[in-house]
Design a protein around this ligand. Structure first.
Ligand code: TQI
Ligand code: CA
Ligand code: ZN
Ligand code: ZN
Length: 484
């Protein structure tokens, strides 16, 4: 669905009106309790959820009947962090019956009629046309920070792409630009965005006639972009003057910005809160602390990272690593990481070697280190050098493939491909690990290539994957690598 700057709004209303029918069923209880609940809820919602400023678009479209009631229920549910059903379910009634103080807790945000929202939790974005008033790097930064302001509150991730059609296409345009909402030169309209949906949905256009800046002069791009992305995610304007979605321009310092409470409530009413333990971690992931099983032969045992280093195979687990000659299962020696790689301190997340270059790479959180053999080369560097998007904050596994000279990085259930010759992340990634490596399933803890096979370590299992046949040819016990 399109969302229109002022003049188009009427059209949208008419379509929405046609959709409005009788009140939906709100209850799932016996007639008796339902009646009681209904009256109780009505009194409650009338008291705490009465709009000061008259009807808003959604209500007008829906009519004043049961739909308005369902809407208030939803608002109330979002406010209390309940599941937003629009129905007087048990949890909702429990809150209504709870004693409380008399201050209304109406949120002031608005959704669009029909409440369009994204139906997936990873959205792509692309800046396809830049402005002349800022450097592309500054534009990218402002856009990234503006998206981050929203993704920190909800379980959505934004992934940047550099070609093709993204969910959110971002461009700077002048005057007429083909969507029947021409820009008007300096001032006036600054930007517009389309509500979630196919095609133009989510697309965000900025008037290139404005003086866009990173600072306080002209119009601050971060400020306007953050507001527009609110529209692109499904928020209309708020009546709360402190909200980002309030329709007046107010400079926001991008580095100190925190999404105001009203906008958080609004966006969480659509997408729910971000759960720190699900999806892409927003804080560095702390592995659940199992009572350190010191028995390396524990069959549930896995490895954090596996790589060749010169002629030896190195297998890392917690603070320990094992060295072995690939074909000699005898004489496997464990050592502590700190004794050989003091900089790495404790565990490592992933490791790989580019033998032709005589270099190995060790990853831990958002950092990596380069070694030649056991000789550390310089300080920690950031994994964003490789071109990872910001939401990637650690890598599960890495494997260098000699033949295409590419390194695959596994993150969650996806992987990235890095071209070691061009030293560039490849386009069209991440891809689904399970879809591209049939037979390999579960979280990849570590990976290594030996003799044309990729060994994927996943918990107690190691999958031996034949790159020619494109299939798993055997499954080994992970602990067998260290002679168990
Ligand atoms: N552009 C309007 C806006 O984004 C266009 C618009 C009006 C609109 N109603 C809409 C877009 C509903 C999507 C949905 O609000 S604008 C501000 C303000 C503008 C205004 O150029 O007027 C900001 C753009 F008013 F909040 F400062 C960005 Cl931040
Ligand atoms: Ca303008
Ligand atoms: Zn446009
Ligand atoms: Zn707006």
């Amino acid at each position: 669905m399109k969302v229109l700057p002022a003049s188009g709004l009427a059209v949208l209303l008419v379509t929405a009106l046609k959709l409005s029918t009788a009140a939906p069923s709100l209850f799932a209880a016996t007639p008796r309790t339902w009646r009681n609940n209904y009256h109780l809820a009505q009194a409650y919602l009338d008291k705490y959820y009465t709009k000061k400023g008259g009807l808003h678009v959604g209500e007008m479209a829906a009519g004043r009947g049961g739909n308005a009631m369902a809407k208030k229920i939803k608002e109330m549910q979002a406010f209390f962090g309940l599941q937003v059903t629009g129905k007087l379910d048990q949890n909702t009634m429990n809150v209504i019956k709870r004693p409380r103080c008399g201050v209304p807790d109406v949120a002031n945000y608005r959704l669009f009629p029909g409440e369009p929202k994204w139906k997936k939790n990873i959205l792509t974005y692309r800046v396809s046309k830049y402005t002349t008033s800022m450097s592309p790097a500054e534009v990218d930064k402002a856009v990234e920070m503006a998206l981050q302001a929203w993704s920190s509150a909800i379980p959505l991730s934004f992934v940047r792409i550099h070609s093709g059609e993204a969910d959110i296409m971002i461009s700077f345009e002048t005057g007429d630009h083909g969507d029947s909402y021409p820009f008007d030169g300096p001032r006036g309209t600054l930007a517009h965005a389309f509500a979630p949906g196919e095609g133009l949905g989510g697309d965000t256009h900025f008037d290139n006639a404005e003086k866009w800046t990173m600072g306080m002069n002209g119009f601050n791009l971060f400020t306007v972009a953050a507001h527009e992305f609110g529209h692109a995610l499904g928020l209309a304007h708020s009546t709360d003057p402190s909200a980002l979605m309030y329709p007046t321009y107010k400079y926001q310092n991008p580095y100190k910005f925190r999404l105001p409470q009203d906008d958080v409530r609004g966006i969480q009413a659509l997408y729910g809160p971000r759960k720190p333990y699900l999806g892409k971690p927003s804080i560095p992931h702390i592995p659940p602390h199992k009572p350190a099983s010191n028995d390396p032969c524990d069959s549930s045992s896995s490895f954090d990272a596996v790589t060749m280093l010169g002629k030896e195979l190195l297998l890392f687990k917690d603070r320990i690593f094992w060295r072995r000659q690939v074909h000699v299962p005898a004489g496997i020696r464990p050592s502590t990481i700190t004794s050989s790689f003091p900089q790495l301190m404790s565990h490592v997340d992933a490791a790989y070697e580019v033998a032709e270059r005589g270099a190995a790479y060790f990853f831990k959180g958002p950092h990596y280190w380069i070694t030649r053999g056991f000789q550390m080369q310089g300080p920690a560097r950031t994994i964003y050098d490789f071109g990872f998007p910001r939401h990637v904050q650690r890598i599960d596994a890495a494997v260098y493939l000699n033949e295409p000279q590419k390194t695959l990085f596994f993150v969650g259930d996806e992987y990235y491909s890095y071209d070691e010759r061009k030293r560039k992340m490849e386009k069209d990634y991440p891809k689904s690990t399970e879809e591209e490596f049939s037979g390999v399933n579960g979280q990849i803890d570590a990976a290594v290539e030996l003799n044309g096979y990729i060994y994927f370590f996943s918990g107690p299992k190691t999958f031996k994957y034949d790159t020619e046949k494109e299939d798993v040819v055997s499954v080994l016990k992970s602990s067998s690598w260290i002679g168990c």
